[in-house]
Design a protein around this ligand. Structure first.
Ligand code: PLP
Length: 372
């Protein structure tokens, strides 16, 4: 019999790749621990669910499922173009914004290149870098967030992409318009800066009090090497359907579209995202629930004398000591949060802001687990 060593057959980057660790699904907790009615605060999903308008258009679309989707996503792109005040040629749609991040690496990065991102930054950046065989240049964090001076200093002739999450997941840290503008002014033309604004809607909410938080799309004309990514997975509550997009220079969008699968965004996703974009009321409810929930969590942490990081998103990192042990103990109480030791934060847990009831269940479970 032949003996197979598939690992040695894989591309070198893929051999080294550490797969993404998603939040544990509710069904998995039920299956593995026999726990019902669990609470999941592990993936920064919208606790209110999708917009009722998005649900209605998905239902109406079901009879059309035999048809291919519009491979150019014309209607959604038009809606996004109007919303952002940009030309449709600047938009690339993705199967989630993860897809767009991967398209960027595939279109622009070779094994000879380097990709710069920060310590504690979103886990997809190392994955897409590794998958194309490029070298990851990881800059040390500053106050748990991105150190833009260190990132600028890390740029070399080989650098092709810089990933910046604003705010960052999992730390919740953010950068101001002033700091980012200064940074962008100094990035050379052979480097693309990817500004990942997955939590834009939360950070921009005036009630969050995040001063100087920028809308990256305002800089697209001034900095042609800037790419801004957004998603419908977080504030718009459509994580299950997978829709995200990039705003960029039209030539960058053209290149991304060359490597994209022809039908990367499905018809239900296109319809739901277009409808969700129009539902200002649902977004408003979502943001209000987030601000109230963050206050509830912070008050709970204070009562338990736990430190937490400041955040501009719908999640917060709380310092609990041994993160992975507390995570396991919380699972047994029917509460799923996210351990972040793989992000270099072993003392913390990341908790998504849920409904008032979910937050209360989490805090009660946390108190119980920590008092043991
Ligand atoms: C959740 C998240 C994304 C988006 O994920 P998609 O569901 O693929 O759109 C992108 N960046 C960050 C930092 C995130 O936390």
């Amino acid at each position: 019999m032949n003996s197979y060593d598939f690992l040695s057959l894989a591309a070198p980057g893929v051999q080294r790749l550490q797969p993404y660790q998603p939040g544990k699904p509710l069904e998995a907790l039920e299956r593995e621990y026999g726990i019902r009615e669990a609470v999941k605060l592990a993936s920064n999903e919208n606790p209110l669910g999708p917009s009722p308008r998005a649900k209605a258009v998905v239902a109406a679309q079901l009879d059309e499922l035999a048809r291919y989707p519009d491979g150019n996503g014309f209607v959604l792109k038009q809606a996004l173009a109007a919303r952002h005040g940009v030309d449709g040629e600047r938009i690339t749609l993705g199967n989630g914004s993860n897809d767009v991040l991967e398209l960027l690496a595939r279109a622009f990065v070779t094994p000879e290149n380097e990709v710069v991102f920060s310590e504690h930054a979103f886990a997809v950046y190392p994955i897409v870098t590794c998958a194309v065989g490029a070298r990851a240049v990881v800059t040390p964090a500053r106050d748990h967030g991105h150190d833009l001076a260190a990132m600028a200093a890390a740029i070399s002739e080989r650098t092709r992409l810089i990933f910046i999450a604003n705010p960052n997941n999992p730390t919740g840290t953010w950068l101001t318009a002033e700091a980012l503008e200064r940074f962008l002014e100094n990035v050379p033309a052979h480097v693309l800066v990817v500004l990942d604004e997955a939590y834009f809607e939360y950070a921009r909410d005036p009630a969050m009090g995040i001063e100087g938080y920028p809308d990256g799309s305002q800089w697209l004309d001034r900095f042609p090497n800037l790419v801004v990514t957004r998603t419908f997975s977080k504030a718009h509550g459509l994580a299950g359907l997978r829709v995200g997009y990039a705003l960029s220079h039209p030539e960058v969008a053209d290149l991304l579209n060359r490597v994209r699968q022809p039908f990367n965004v499905n018809s239900l996703a296109l319809a739901a995202a277009t409808a969700a974009l129009d539902d200002a009321e649902h977004l408003q409810k979502t943001l209000a629930l987030n601000v109230a929930g963050l206050a509830q969590l912070r008050a709970g942490f204070e009562r338990l004398e736990l430190e937490s990081l400041p955040t501009a998103g719908n999640f917060v990192c709380v310092k609990v000591g041994r993160g992975s042990e507390v995570y396991e103990a919380l699972l047994r109480e029917g509460v799923i949060v996210r351990p972040v030791d793989n992000y270099g934060l072993p003392e913390y847990l990341r908790v998504t802001v849920g409904t008032a009831e979910e937050n209360a269940r989490f805090l009660a479970a946390l108190e119980k687990v920590l008092s043991r």
